[in-house]
Design a protein around this ligand. Structure first.
Ligand SMILES: *[C@@H]1O[C@H](CO)[C@@H](O)[C@H](O)[C@H]1NC(C)=O
Ligand SMILES: *[C@@H]1O[C@H](CO)[C@@H](O)[C@H](O)[C@H]1NC(C)=O
Length: 313
């Protein structure tokens, strides 16, 4: 009985689709395995090109790859690994269904936070982790004949900070980004030049800037650039004790500054969307979407099928 209710919970989590990765489901399926095609494996890639910060690259290429596959870069949280984010997030399972490739970078630092604090990381082709991740994208596009107009970035916590940094410093690479519980790009800047430094004033919500100041940080990461920029979706929980909730507003201000929207006037506001207690705000035909999750802590659960919709996959 318990097994059955766990199974139906697993199915519900997977939005009615078969959650092949769920251990309970695996357990039940094993004897009749022919129904389930074995999944491809997560693989490390060591020759992806210049790797200034020694970031590790892992990749998931589904067995049934789309022609000109889209690419999602999925970036782990502090203490996380590529393997942990591969098994703990829905992207590989969705790749099996939709044929895109997932790149899972892995932080080279002890504690595995990302470097979103050094000048190098916050500069286009500046030589930090962000540069290594950008090189993983160009390598993958070339090797798999990927669709350069469908490259996306997402991540949780430190990975969400890096999502904002990638969107800011490498706007030419990405069509869209989704940040789960991060901070604005540049908010973790370290005065003393620290690499993967923790910035408590930012984490504790003490950095309050105007949209113009935040936008300038983005523009300064790649001053020569004046092309299109990725659309952004920002999730944050109101009970986040690690990266204080005001980081939600500051991140929204940043992208509003970049896109030229008035952050005090979203085009739409929807209470209890996409679920009870969450409020969704949009600016400019979903160029920017903010989702503020009332009562949710630092871990806002990843919404895989919503992510697919935002990415247009
Ligand atoms: C933390 O980041 C802010 C920018 O968000 C910067 O002004 C401040 O100097 C940083 N703190 C440290 C200790 O480097
Ligand atoms: C964000 O800004 C809005 C209005 O500008 C304000 O009402 C709200 O309290 C702010 N939220 C946080 C978490 O700071």
């Amino acid at each position: 009985m318990k097994l059955l209710s766990q199974l139906s919970a697993a199915l519900a989590l997977a939005g009615g689709r078969l959650a092949v990765a769920h251990p309970v489901f695996d357990e039940l399926m094993r004897p009749t395995a022919p129904l389930v095609r074995p999944r491809a494996a997560l693989q490390q890639v060591t020759n992806f090109g210049s790797n200034p910060s020694n970031t590790k690259m892992f990749i998931y290429v589904p067995d049934k790859l789309a022609p000109n596959p889209p690419i999602i870069v999925a970036i782990h949280y502090c203490t996380g690994t590529a393997q942990a984010y591969y098994s703990g997030s829905p992207y590989a399972r969705l790749a099996d269904q939709k044929g895109f490739i997932v790149i899972y970078p892995e932080s080279p630092y002890s504690g595995t936070c990302w470097d979103v604090s050094s000048r190098a990381a916050l500069t286009h082709n500046g030589g930090g982790d962000s540069n290594s991740i950008a090189n993983m994208v160009t390598y993958t596009l070339e090797k798999y004949n990927g669709d350069a107009s469908k490259v996306f970035v997402t991540g949780s916590s430190s990975g969400a900070m890096m999502t904002n940094v990638m969107a800011a410093a490498y706007p030419e690479l990405f069509a869209a980004g989704i940040a789960y519980s991060g901070v604005p790009a540049g908010c973790f800047y370290s005065q003393s030049g620290g690499t993967n430094a923790w910035n408590s004033s930012c984490a504790n919500g003490q950095i309050n800037s105007t949209p113009q100041v935040w936008a300038k940080m983005v523009f300064d990461m790649y001053p020569e650039y004046d092309g299109p920029r990725p659309k952004m979706q920002i999730y944050h929980g109101s009970a986040d004790g690690t990266l204080r909730p005001s980081n939600y507003n500051e991140t929204i201000k940043q992208w509003c500054g970049v896109f030229g929207f008035d952050y005090t006037r979203p085009d739409t506001t929807q209470a209890n969307s996409p679920q009870a207690g969450y409020t969704t705000y949009t600016w400019g035909e979903q160029q920017l979407v903010g989702i503020y999750a009332q009562g949710v802590g630092h871990t806002v659960p990843i919404r895989g099928s919503d992510d697919m919709a935002f990415f247009g996959l």
